[in-house]
Design a protein around this ligand. Sequence first.
Ligand code: FUC
Length: 779
Amino acid sequence: MTVTTRQRLRAAAVVTFVAAIAALLSPLRATRQVQSPPDSPLTLWYRQPAHEWVEALPIGNGRLAGMVFGGIEHERIQLNEDTLWAGGPYDPANPQALDALPIARRLIFAGKYGEAHALVAEKMLGRPVRQMPFQPVGDLLLTFPAAVSVDGYRRELDLDTAVARVTYGSDGVRFVREVFSSPVDQVIAVRLTADRPGRINVTAGMSTPQDATIATEDGGAIVMRGVNAESEGIKGALRFEARVRVVAQGGAVSSDRTSIAVTGADTVTLLLAAATSFKSFKDVTGDPRAVTTSQLAAAGAKSFDALLQAHVAEHRRLFRRVTLDLGSSEAARQPTDERIRDFTRGGDPQLAALYFQFGRYLLISSSRPGSQPATLQGDWNDQMKPPWESKYTININTEMNYWPAESTNLSELVEPLTRLVLDLVETGARTAKVQYGARGWVAHHNTDLWRASAPVDGPASGMWPTGGAWLCQTLWEHFEYTRDRSYLARIYPALKGASEFFLDTLVEEPAHKWLVTVPSASPENRHPFNNTTLTAGPAMDMQILRDLFTNTVRAAEILSVDRPLRDELAAARARLAPSQIGKAGQLQEWLEDWDMEAPDLHHRHVSHLYALYPSAQITVRGTPALATAARKSLEIRGDNATGWGLGWRLNLWARLHDGDHAYTILERLLSPERTYPNMFDAHPPFQIDGNFGGTAGIAEMLLQSHAGEIELLPALPKAWPTGAVTGLRARGELEVALSWKDGVLISATVRAFAGQTIRLRHRDVTRTVNLADGQTYHW
Ligand code: FUC
């Protein structure tokens, strides 16, 4: 069929007409004057408001977070405060577990996995059997007059300033809305401006799914006051308050019972503070009213510009430590949602750099000294019953959250996780004693605000005692990068206590007399028998314990303590079940060579590859046979996985020095199936670990420092022929900048903050260099 020019013109005219009508009917969608991209390339931007939560833009100061929707007539800023979780202090340890423990072990060694599973379900899980959810505060809602027409709408998040902004024109006036959450002043600040005086009309209110009241106070503030929710029979023990102040320049302010209205103003500023009575996992006697009123009084005494300036300066102190240039193209001018849609077509390397910096932005915004650690959703959750309670899953997810912290120069953001582990030393000691009759402390596959440490959810995922030990490795990495002895002294009780727990609970397995964990599992992956995961001595446990014992011994040496313990740990370490290569040439996931018979060959977890990444027990040059086996296992698992599953695979391929394979994984991660329009990672559903795994993986492609040498461009893909990076960190207080062209290293500078001898490598060339304090070496 041929189409005539006239038919085509007529069709085009109809389309234009329909678009014009749609524009008139729906000011929300109309963008008569198309917006150009923002000036800063480190900006996420869109031509339309967010229709769904995963399109809204995240802001946060580590503790107080918001999701900004950017609607024209209705702005919604969905709010979180990182201590507003359900429940109160509780102890889930189950006393029945102790007597069941030897029976479970016997059943597992006898191959009666189904019976062991039933016994664990009945006697060994925590009470309650689920942990507490992280929950939202509610919403700050702004209502604006109906807009007859709208042009030049743009919604954006500038990663370099950590400010979300909405701009549009309506009835000849240009409006600007700016929102940020200040780490300095501990408030969310919103400013509404227009390019003509007296044109701002807005009504501010709040809403919440919590058990709370909302009322105006003294005409100038809206106050939400409530108590947190009960969950799983654990009563809510927290009180919370959110308080908003509205200040107008020009115009008139009035209030009713629950909202504040401003008419005819030149500028309107809103300041929001929120707090709960949470002081620690065992103390909920805080005074949220005192906190919010004093925060608002202090912030209110400053001008918006002063608040903004302090906020931007503090954000940039961290954010600007690293720059990454992978090249740019015309594609970088497109809105972010369109770029994600098109990324796999190629030709948009800057999107990978934006994704990398977005991960750093998210860590800065959700984990700062003094805050809670980043949850499964960072600090952003709009649901009372979020997926997996939006808590801390410590069989991969929480650790992955912190993978980029050291390498991308955000070392101090590990502080909240350090405190969480030190809390677990306390709560986990009770679980160790009650459920295992053991010294030290233990945490299983999950924890929450209250630092619960018993096995939960069900035997298949919950009966895994190695979560705390893995967390210790994250803290150890902080020491590796900073060489901070006082930090080592601070975390030593965690390392020691975790080690003691395993000294008391490792069991000799009958066949080889190796020491193994039991009951345990290779996280969440069912082996071939009885539809369960329960087993003895899965490879991952052995690898984690090798790291734990090694690190504890080294720490004790550095701190000159616990001589006998060091010997005991070295002896136990030598008796742990070794890494084994199975009949498919793979790295064995279990003590027996079951891998190829397991029901899900493509399982999302790649637990037995912990030794390759994040650990460095397996390296391409140091242990080539095991590295080949790990590669085989990775190939068998395949490239398809959840968001975080891809994040892990990306780092593993980088460690195998296969930059092009790593890049194909990044393409999967940065596709609409695994990245929402607002760049949040899609498990699916939203889970932030994939963002952090992705950021760490990009760093790992450019620089590695785990094998006793600093390797430059170890996994550079063909897709990034030319680029530059500054500010990456290597283990041992080192900072590295690199540039490359046409796939060839052009320059590298390595700065040592403390004097030392380092070994540098680029491909087959190595150099050993002595550096004094503060000295920089140029490659
Ligand atoms: C682990 C994973 C799931 C999910 C959950 C939060 O249990 O196996 O995929 O990420 O954590």
